[in-house]
Design a protein around this ligand. Structure first.
Ligand code: DC
Length: 504
């Protein structure tokens, strides 16, 4: 990441306006890598610098969720060369926000802005069909037959539309009925309330246009669980905590494969032969395999299963019960006895899975540094691996799974249809882990993380049983210089290639 002024980084982390952050710096409350910085204008790389305010680490960038009532004439994208201004003219926030989904330049209403890429991905992926509700002012008076056609679907040039909810309103909706005496042209219009579960280019305008009632105004008033209420045009506000929670829950509901092991809704219906049914993703720590695996599973409606949580869980139980990590027989006995369950999230705190050991929720605990330090030796034990591999194979046999770990392509599912080995330089991976720890509000030191990462790489790659290595038939993807979206594009390309037998 490029270097940036310290006050800008602090403002983005939610410590106040840039001006307020300058005062914090001048007051001597800020340290960078342990040294107090009081002069303004110092530039640092936010991805690697260890910045603290009053001794507390500064978390990279807080997630921010903003609802904007976009007026017509503004773009939901950010094209500097475009002839219309973008929403960025209306919302001033220090975070790097982007719009979730698009809203046409001539349409109005609810635009969600955030810097939470993962949530945005889940909300916009066509597979999940989050409902969007619009008030549409159309020319003329559509008769009941036309309303029914809109409800059942009309044939557009890119295919039939999916069923939609359409209601003809008796009168203009309150805040949108333009003030003053209704003009002649306004009088010869009607208002519809339409809920769509898909979002093609200018779909709504094309639908009503096709039926002979061109749209005059299109106003989005609902997006998933969010409603545009009492927010004047051109104004914005942060979502309330309840709205954020509802949004997260909706994103998860839309993602049927969030939970690993126990997942009754996984159908046995066969995927077309052109999609690999078992996908193995291996790679070292922080190579991005969990994020990519989870997103890929969502897209394919597959089970996502991160095998690392099982080794972490055993390690946590050993530490909690004071079983010495060096005692192979005792740790192995534990691995054979403890009842591990990896479930869809049971708590709405942004987690991807819930991990239970003998019924106790240890999802957060297994990410602790002490578990991180001890997990490599635990996962090197043959008996521990045997117990875990058995459970993992059973899950893999059902198919339609994206399984992530260190030995999935080599040992757990050697016959996997598609094997990917995701790698990145150790420095880049250490950077990623360091940022994650700061984001969780933990103390962290980049050099220590780097040393620890190298130590774990060494143990994982050199252990006797199932060492970390790319299967000979795995496709190696180096993510050092790529962000998540770029890796995802590459991986989608691998799926397409897989579908073309000649390319296999
Ligand atoms: O992916 P992770 O960092 O959560 O994995 C935790 C540890 O578990 C890691 O040090 C290696 C080990 N592991 C393994 O040996 N085999 C797997 N299939 C998955 C993880």
């Amino acid at each position: 990441m490029p270097e940036e002024r310290l006050q800008k980084i602090l403002a983005r982390a939610g410590l106040g306006s840039r001006r307020a952050c300058e005062e914090i710096i001048v007051a001597g409350r800020v340290t960078v890598a342990g040294r107090v910085v009081t002069e303004l204008g110092v530039k640092v790389d936010p991805a690697v610098a260890e910045i603290r305010v009053d001794g507390r680490p500064v978390v990279g960038e807080r997630h921010r969720y903003i609802m904007l009532h976009k007026p017509a004439g503004y773009l939901s994208g950010a094209d500097r060369r475009a002839e219309y201004p973008s929403w960025q003219k209306l919302v001033k926030a220090p975070e790097r926000l982007f719009a979730v989904g698009r809203l046409d330049q001539d349409s109005e209403g609810l635009l969600l802005l955030t810097n939470d890429g993962r949530l945005a991905h889940r909300l916009t992926h066509p597979r999940y069909e989050h409902p969007k509700t619009y008030l549409v002012q159309v020319a003329g008076f559509p008769d009941p037959r036309k309303i029914r056609r809109l409800q059942h679907g009309v044939m557009l040039d890119d295919g039939p539309t999916a069923p939609a909810q359409v209601i003809l309103l008796r009168q203009a909706p309150e805040p949108f009925a333009a003030g003053g005496p209704a003009s002649e042209s306004n009088r010869r219009t009607s208002w519809l309330r339409v809920t769509l579960h898909e979002g093609r280019q200018r779909q709504l305008r094309r639908m009503v246009g096709l039926l002979g009632h061109p749209a005059r105004r299109v106003i989005r008033v609902g997006l998933g669980p969010l409603e545009l209420t009492n927010l004047p045009s051109g104004k914005w506000r942060d979502l309330t905590p309840d709205e954020v929670q509802a949004l997260r829950a909706a994103a998860r509901r839309g993602a049927p494969t969030d939970g690993p092991v126990r997942q009754p809704e996984r159908t046995t219906e066969r995927q077309p032969a052109s999609t690999p049914s078992t996908i193995a993703i291996d790679g070292p720590s922080a190579s991005g395999k969990s994020t990519i695996g989870a997103l890929l599973a969502e897209e394919l409606d597959y089970l996502y299963f991160d095998t690392g949580v099982m080794y972490r869980a055993i390690t946590w139980v050993a530490l909690a019960r004071q079983v010495p990590i060096a005692d192979e027989a005792a740790v192995t006995a534990l691995a054979e006895q403890v009842k591990l369950e990896v479930l869809a999230p049971t708590v709405d705190d942004g987690r991807d899975v819930t991990v239970l050991a003998d019924g106790e929720d240890i999802t957060t605990a297994i990410r602790q540094p002490k578990v991180e330090r001890a997990v490599s030796p635990v996962s090197a034990y043959r008996g521990v691996r045997a117990a875990m591999t058995l459970q993992q194979r059973r899950i893999g046999q059902a198919g339609r799974v994206v399984m992530v770990g260190r030995d999935i392509g080599t040992v757990v599912m050697p016959d996997a249809d598609l094997k990917i080995y995701l790698d990145a330089s150790v420095r880049e991976r250490a950077n990623r882990r360091y940022r994650e720890q700061l984001a969780r509000g933990e103390k962290s030191d980049l050099e220590q993380v780097l040393a620890e990462m190298k130590r774990r790489d060494h143990i994982d790659s050199n252990r006797q049983h199932a060492p970390l290595t790319a299967a000979p038939d795995a496709i190696v993807v180096d993510s050092t210089a790529l962000d998540i979206d770029e890796v995802l594009v590459l991986v989608r390309g691998l799926l397409e290639r897989w579908a073309t037998p000649k390319a296999r």
